[in-house]
Design a protein around this ligand. Structure first.
Ligand SMILES: [Zn+2]
Ligand SMILES: [Zn+2]
Length: 300
C-alpha cells in the first residue's frame, strides 16, 4: 500500500470514526444480501488484516464469527462489477452482482459511454458466481431531471439482462417507488426481484409483497425516526425478507455515522425480530433460506 493510500485511509478513518465493536453473534447463520467490500477496503480498510494479508479474508472471518457467513458483493460500475466477480471466484463466502448504479448511468451517458458500459455488464452477467443484476433502478434524490432519461434507459437495459441470464434483479429505489413499479410493469419483471435498502412505507411494502418481490432491510430499520420502515417489515413475510448492510454506509443504531460492515448485521436482525415478533432462531433460518433461494447456493 502506498503512503498516499495510507494517509487517505487515515483521513477517512478520522472523518468517519472507527468500526463499532462486534455485537453478540446470532444463534444461526445468515447472509448480508448487499455490501460494497471494495469501497469499504478503499475508504476505511479492514481492521485486523495482517500485513500483506487479504482484507477480504479478514472481513469474512469477522463476519462469520458474528453469524454472517455469506455475503453478496454488489457492483455499481464496470470496475466494481469486475472486482466483485474476481472476489467471488476467490472466496466461497462471496457471491457477486453486477450493474451500473442509477446515479452512474447519467454520467456515463453524458460521456457517451453508457452503451459500451452496458455491454461490459452484460458480458459479466453470465458468470457462474454472478447471481444478480444490480444495483440498478431509479434515484430521483441524487439525479436531477436532466439525468432521468439515461437513468430509466439504463434500468430498462438491466431488467432485460437479468431476464436473459435468469439472475435476480437488485433494485436501488430512492424517492421513486411508483415509477420503479411502472417500469417493471412495462418491461415485465424478472422472476426474482429484490428491493435493496427497502425505503417505502407499509402500503408500498404490501404492494411489493403482493407482487412476490423480496424486501431487503438495512440498518435504517433501527433508526428512531424509521417508524414507517418498521411498519413495512411487519407486513413482509419471512420468505420475502432479507437483511443487508449496504456497507460501508447505513450503520445501524447506536453506531450511526461510523463505518458499517457485515459483522454488524446481528444488530439489524435483532431489531427485525423485535419489530415483527418473530423468534430469533426462526428468523435467522428464514433469512438464510430466502437468500439461498434468491441468489442460489454459495457453495456447490
Ligand atoms: Zn443503493
Ligand atoms: Zn449499495
Amino acid at each position: 500500500m502506498s503512503e498516499v493510500t495510507e494517509s487517505r485511509r487515515e483521513r477517512a478513518r478520522q472523518r468517519r470514526g472507527e468500526f463499532p465493536p462486534a455485537p453478540p453473534p446470532l444463534p444461526a447463520p445468515v447472509l448480508d444480501s448487499h455490501t460494497h467490500l471494495d469501497i469499504t477496503v478503499a475508504e476505511a480498510g479492514i481492521p485486523g488484516t495482517p500485513p500483506g494479508g487479504d482484507p477480504l479474508a479478514t472481513a469474512i472471518e469477522i463476519a462469520t464469527a458474528a453469524g454472517v457467513d455469506r455475503l453478496v458483493q454488489v457492483g455499481v460500475d464496470v470496475g466494481s462489477s469486475r472486482w466483485g466477480v474476481a472476489a467471488a471466484q476467490r472466496h466461497p463466502a462471496i457471491l457477486a452482482t453486477v450493474a451500473l448504479h442509477p446515479n452512474e448511468a447519467p454520467t456515463l451517458a453524458a460521456a457517451g459511454t453508457l452503451d459500451e458500459a452496458l455491454r461490459a455488464i452484460e458480458a459479466l452477467a453470465g458468470h457462474e458466481r454472478v447471481r444478480g443484476v444490480g444495483e440498478t433502478g431509479l434515484d430521483t434524490f441524487r439525479t436531477g431531471e436532466e439525468g432521468r432519461a439515461a437513468q430509466e434507459a439504463s434500468f430498462r437495459a438491466h431488467i432485460a439482462v437479468a431476464k436473459r441470464y435468469g439472475k435476480a434483479l437488485v433494485i436501488h429505489d430512492r424517492d421513486a417507488h411508483a415509477r420503479v413499479l411502472e417500469i417493471l410493469d412495462e418491461e415485465g419483471a424478472p422472476e426474482t426481484v429484490v428491493l435493496h435498502c427497502f425505503s417505502g412505507d407499509e402500503a408500498f411494502a404490501a404492494e411489493c409483497v403482493r407482487r412476490g418481490y423480496v424486501l431487503s432491510f438495512a440498518g435504517t430499520v433501527t433508526f428512531t425516526s424509521a417508524g414507517d420502515l418498521r411498519a413495512a417489515a411487519r407486513v413482509t413475510p419471512p420468505e420475502q425478507l432479507l437483511v443487508e448492510t449496504d456497507a460501508p454506509y447505513l450503520t445501524p443504531s447506536p453506531y450511526r455515522g461510523r463505518p458499517n460492515a457485515s459483522y454488524l448485521i446481528p444488530l439489524t436482525v435483532r431489531a427485525l425480530a423485535e419489530v415483527t415478533g418473530a423468534d430469533l432462531d426462526g428468523l435467522c433460518a428464514a433469512i438464510s433460506a430466502t437468500g439461498e433461494r434468491v441468489f442460489g447456493p454459495w457453495r456447490p
